[in-house]
Design a protein around this ligand. Structure first.
Ligand SMILES: Nc1ncnc2c1ncn2[C@@H]1O[C@H](COP(=O)(O)OP(=O)(O)O)[C@@H](O)[C@H]1O
Ligand SMILES: N[C@@H](CCC(=O)OP(=O)(O)O)C(=O)O
Length: 378
């Protein structure tokens, strides 16, 4: 693809997840360098002010902790790293908060583990919180909850975490900022002949073989986890760019369509990924809907399912369960994730959405099943 075509494509990247590696925040050292952070913050603030929705996934808690404790000689054991994160995370956020204040941008901290993005009820909550922050024009700054995460519940690295976030939020673009200009044919620290690869249409095993481990003492995962992340993102319809965080105005240039670093094409679409997920999931209940609701769902610009159109509910399920949606004839027409538990739906079915709060005392929103969480059966 020519750079002209790219320029035509990238400006549509409205929702962008930007992952900042320790190597970018420290400039290769073992402690945070606030001037490196400022350069990124300034660009993020500019994109935010131009209407982009930016979600930051930032590493650096351990590096911040190390700096705060004057680079203690600690074993590289998990508890030592967790201790550094516990000390450093608030310090990292204080830096971000102070730097974003310069540009009048409000930020919020979100600490996640794997379960928050893979267990349905928690995934829905995490997604709703993130979407609410984005809607309120607040920039979420995400890190893994290192201090309590054990191997079983950890994502383990922020490259993969950022890809999961990009997938959950159906982002247009994932940018992984690191200390190299992109993916090389070999680790450039080991091989001076290595060459930058500008585009990767598909991440197969040959591409995976190009990746080496972390090049810096502070980094986690190296290129391997970045390629894993790009593959996850590609499958869920998100384009990924790996680029150097040191490149001048790297983010604003990428957002304006310039081809910088290595670009990974999406291999699926948001819709396909949602569909695969919803169709393969076993349904935990069913909602029966009236003819008006069926028409609204099947319309070309299909609507969300509102409680008012529900006539009957089958099964006992929790919020975020996968449900069959059945038309008046009883035929299954769609699958969707319920925004309410069965006990709640039974109270609000047949009612107008503005009555939800009165009936339940709270509301998770107007829809019983949101359009974005629904797939029509062919
Ligand atoms: N094929 C490759 N192309 C580019 N960098 C590579 C490659 N293989 C391994 N690396 C290493 O990956 C490192 C970046 O990963 P990492 O140290 O985990 O950084 P970060 O903190 O940004 O996540 C680079 O410094 C580089 O040495
Ligand atoms: N959660 C850890 C970072 C983990 C990680 O993936 O680091 P990196 O490879 O530098 O992006 C921290 O805040 O120190």
């Amino acid at each position: 693809m020519s750079s002209k075509q790219v320029a035509a494509k990238l400006p549509t990247a409205k929702r962008i997840v930007v992952k900042i590696g320790t190597s970018t925040l420290t400039g290769g050292g073992s402690q945070l360098r606030p001037q490196n952070m400022l350069a990124i913050v300034e660009q993020v603030a500019k994109l935010h002010q131009h209407g982009h929705e930016i979600i930051l996934v930032s590493s650096g808690a351990q590096a911040a902790g190390r700096g705060r404790l004057n680079s203690p000689e600690l074993p590289r054991s998990v508890p030592a790293k967790q201790m550094l994160s516990a000390v450093g995370q608030s310090y990292l956020m204080r830096h971000y908060s102070d730097l974003f204040d310069i540009f009048d941008v409000i930020v919020a901290q979100i600490l996640l583990t794997r379960d928050d993005l893979s267990i349905r009820s928690r995934y829905l909550n995490a997604r709703d919180t993130l979407l609410t922050l984005i809607e309120q024009r607040i920039i979420p700054i995400i890190n893994e909850n290192d201090t309590v995460a054990t191997d079983e519940i950890r994502v383990g690295d922020n490259d993969n975490l950022s890809a999961l976030v990009a997938s959950v939020l159906e982002a247009d673009l994932l940018v992984l900022l690191t200390d190299q200009p992109g993916l090389y044919t070999a680790d450039p620290r080991q091989d001076p002949e290595a060459e930058l690869i500008p585009t990767v249409p598909r991440i197969d095993t040959d591409v995976m073989k190009l990746a080496g481990g972390a090049g810096t003492v502070a980094g986690t995962g190296g290129m391997v986890t970045k390629l894993e992340a790009a593959r996850t993102a590609a499958r869920s319809g998100v384009m990924t760019i790996i680029a150097s965080g040191d490149e001048t105005n790297v983010l604003t240039r990428i957002a304006s369509g310039e081809l910088i670093g290595t670009r990974f094409e999406p291999t699926g679409t948001h819709r396909e990924s949602r569909k695969r997920w919803l169709l393969t999931d076993r349904t935990q209940g069913a909602v029966y809907i009236d003819a008006g609701a069926e028409r609204a769902l099947l319309a070309t610009d299909g609507a969300s399912l509102l409680p008012v159109g529900i006539t009957r509910i089958e099964g006992n399920f929790k919020r975020s369960a996968t449900l069959s949606i059945c038309g008046p004839s009883g035929a299954e027409i769609a699958h969707g994730l319920s925004n309410y538990a069965s006990s709640e739906l039974r109270q609000i079915m047949g009612k107008k959405s503005h009555e939800i709060s009165d009936v339940l005392g709270y509301s998770y929103g107007d829809a019983a099943i949101h359009r974005n969480q629904m797939v029509l059966l062919d």
